[in-house]
Design a protein around this ligand. Structure first.
Ligand SMILES: C[S@@+](CC[C@H](N)C(=O)[O-])C[C@H]1O[C@@H](n2cnc3c(N)ncnc32)[C@H](O)[C@@H]1O
Length: 326
């Protein structure tokens, strides 16, 4: 969950900048542009109101998806992260909270106002006390990344860039990553298509895909289907206000890739759809090295049924799947 100290900072940012109607209008304009361009080559923010609207309307959801992804990364002792296209610092904050041992956090952001906002939100935050947090305003396409970092984060940024630019930035990210790269994009068909191209490049570069794929084979999903996951977030009141909604929660759909330099243990399968719980059985859809497989696990199969009733969409699953395609 977003730390309350951070929520309060967003709240005061909203109170001190812009009036509510103009922020709601900026949020609507931003949403409309995302829809019309399907989120690709959106061309950045066009006003400071849009940036503040982004922080209030999108940050809680992008934070929730990163929070859901991090437990699938079996790495400890992360000492440094680099957040590229950091925006308000969403992924940097989520990672710092997940790895309290992480001492060095560097954010690179291309928009000057957004970079200022990230500084006002993160600097002196109690949760980041005793960490070295630094901010750089630079274009990812031209910047030379001087240092290397354990993990490099690309959260909701590559999907907004042209295919060629995505590759250039991914290469820089990979070159500056000691342990690996995490990519998050919206859980849409187009987001997934971009991710599949980037996955091929990473595998070619020698990466080990630690999640969500439990293998390095070609993605077995049929045309028209796309690998994505969903997380439910409780909406802070500023989030409900800017979206003009009363429902206390929303579901954020996301797709992601965790590409590491060294192999790590990974589950033999991943649950790729919401489990179907019925009386006396649970049906699970898995991605496995042998393709997509469906299993119905009956209450009679005591231990597996117990695990299946607890399992959620996106969890890893260990079982003896054959590599035979169905
Ligand atoms: C959708 S926001 C995502 C922000 C944040 N990473 C998150 O997960 O909430 C994309 C961010 O990437 C930045 N960005 C896009 N292209 C960039 C580039 N070429 N160089 C630097 N920053 C860029 C934008 O200014 C924006 O702040």
């Amino acid at each position: 969950m977003l730390p309350l100290s951070f929520q309060r900072r967003i709240q005061s940012l909203l109170e001190t900048t812009g009036d509510k109607p103009s922020l709601v209008a900026a949020r609507e304009q931003l949403t409309e542009r995302y829809r019309s361009k399907q989120g690709t080559e959106r061309g950045g923010f066009i006003s400071s109101s849009e940036i503040i609207a982004y922080v209030a309307a999108r940050l809680p959801a992008t934070f929730a998806s990163i929070e859901a992804i991090l437990p699938h990364i079996p790495l400890k002792n992360i000492s440094s992260v680099l957040d590229l296209g950091a925006g308000p610092g969403t992924a940097a904050l989520a990672s710092a909270l997940y790895w309290p041992e992480c001492q060095k956090i560097h954010l690179i952001e291309g928009d000057a106002f957004m970079s200022e906002i990230s500084q006002s939100l993160l600097k002196g935050l109690p949760e980041l006390q005793h960490r070295q947090v630094s901010f750089q305003k630079a274009n990812l396409l031209s910047v030379t990344i001087e240092a290397s970092y354990d993990l490099v984060l690309l959260s909701y940024v590559l999907n907004e860039l042209a295919a060629h630019d995505q590759k250039v930035i991914l290469q820089k990210a990979w070159d500056s990553a000691e342990k690996g790269v995490i990519i998050v994009v919206p859980g849409t068909p187009i987001g997934y298509q971009h991710l599949m191209v980037l996955r091929d490049l990473l595998i070619e570069a020698g990466a080990f895909i630690a999640a969500p794929c439990p293998h390095h084979e070609e993605c077995p999903l049929k045309e028209g289907d796309w690998c994505h996951f969903s997380t439910r977030l409780l909406r802070p009141s500023f989030h409900r206000k800017i979206k003009d909604v009363s429902l206390p929660y929303e579901d954020e759909k996301y797709s992601y890739l965790v590409a590491l330099r060294e192999p790590v243990p990974r589950p033999s399968a991943r649950i790729i759809r919401k489990p179907l719980q019925r009386s006396g059985h649970v049906t699970l859809d898995f991605c496995t090295p042998g393709g997509i497989k469906r299993q119905t696990i009956s209450r009679r199969d005591k231990e597996r049924y117990r695990l299946a009733t607890k399992a959620v969409w996106g969890d890893g699953w260990d079982d003896n799947f054959t590599n035979e395609k169905e």
